[in-house]
Design a binder for this molecule. Sequence first.
Ligand SMILES: Nc1ncnc2c1ncn2[C@@H]1O[C@H](COP(=O)(O)OP(=O)(O)OP(=O)(O)O)[C@@H](O)[C@H]1O
Length: 254
Amino acid sequence: MTNASDPRAPLLVAEGVRKVYRSGEVSVLALDDLDLTVRAGELVAVMGPSGSGKTTLLNCLSGLDDIDGGRVLVGGRDLFAMSDHERTEHRARTMGFVFQSYNLIPVFSAVENVELPLLLVGTDPAEARERALEMLGRVGLGERAAHRPNQMSGGEQQRVTVARALVARPAIVWADEPTGNLDTAMAVQIMDLLRELNRTDGQTIVLVTHDPAIGASAGRLIRMRDGRLVEDAPTGVPAPGGGGGGAPAARPAG
Ligand SMILES: Nc1ncnc2c1ncn2[C@@H]1O[C@H](COP(=O)(O)OP(=O)(O)OP(=O)(O)O)[C@@H](O)[C@H]1O
C-alpha cells in the first residue's frame, strides 16, 4: 500500500491538478495547476482565505471529487486512472476522513460506527469489534462504546469520528475543519489527539483549518490563495521520529 518502512517516502503526489466548477455560463477555477507532495508521517495544516480552495483540495486529492487536469498518486497509484469502483476501494483501504459535521450514523452506537470501515473492507466482525473498542479506548471513550451519537457531546462525537477515521490504520487521514464547531477546550482536545496519533503512530494527516494556532501546531503549514499554494513551510514542530518539519525549508510555492 504505502512505503511504511521509509517514513519520509512520498505518500501523496499531486501534479498540476486543476479543478473547475461549472454551473451554466459561470465557471470557477478552484484548483489552478496545483502541485503538492506529502510524505508519510507528516501533519500538514492547510490554511487560506474563504474560497481559496482548501476543501476542494481535500476533496480532489482524496479522490472524493473528480479533477479536470493533472494527476494524483496515493501510495504510488494514480487515483484518476482507476475506475470509480477501484477508487472507492482504494480510498476505503488507504484513507480516513474527519469532517466538521461528524457524519456518524445516528442509529449506531459509538463502537458500531467505529467498526464500520473495517467491516467494509471485509475484516472479520469479531476482530473489527475488538479493534474498534481498542481505538475508542485510545480516544478516551472506552466507557462510551454503547452510546449513540445523540447521547454524546460534540467533542465526544468528534472523537468517535477520529476513532472511525483511524481504526483501519489508513495511510492518510483528511480532516476538514475538524474542530470548527467545537468550543475552545474541546477543539484543543481534538487537536491534541490528532497530534498524538501523528507523533506516536506516525499517522499522516492533512488538516484544513482557519485557526492560526492549529496551523502553527502542525509540522508543516501550507497556505492557499485562488486555488494555488502560495506558501509551504515547516512550523518548527518536530515530525515523528524527530526529523524536523515536514518540508525542507520555507519557500514560496507555485
Ligand atoms: N460545488 C461547487 N460549485 C461551484 N463552485 C464551487 C463549488 N464548490 C466550491 N466552489 C467554489 O470554488 C472555490 C473554492 O471553494 P472551496 O470550498 O474549496 O474554498 P475553501 O477555501 O474551502 O473555503 P472556506 O474556507 O470558505 O470553506 C470558491 O470560489 C467556491 O465558491
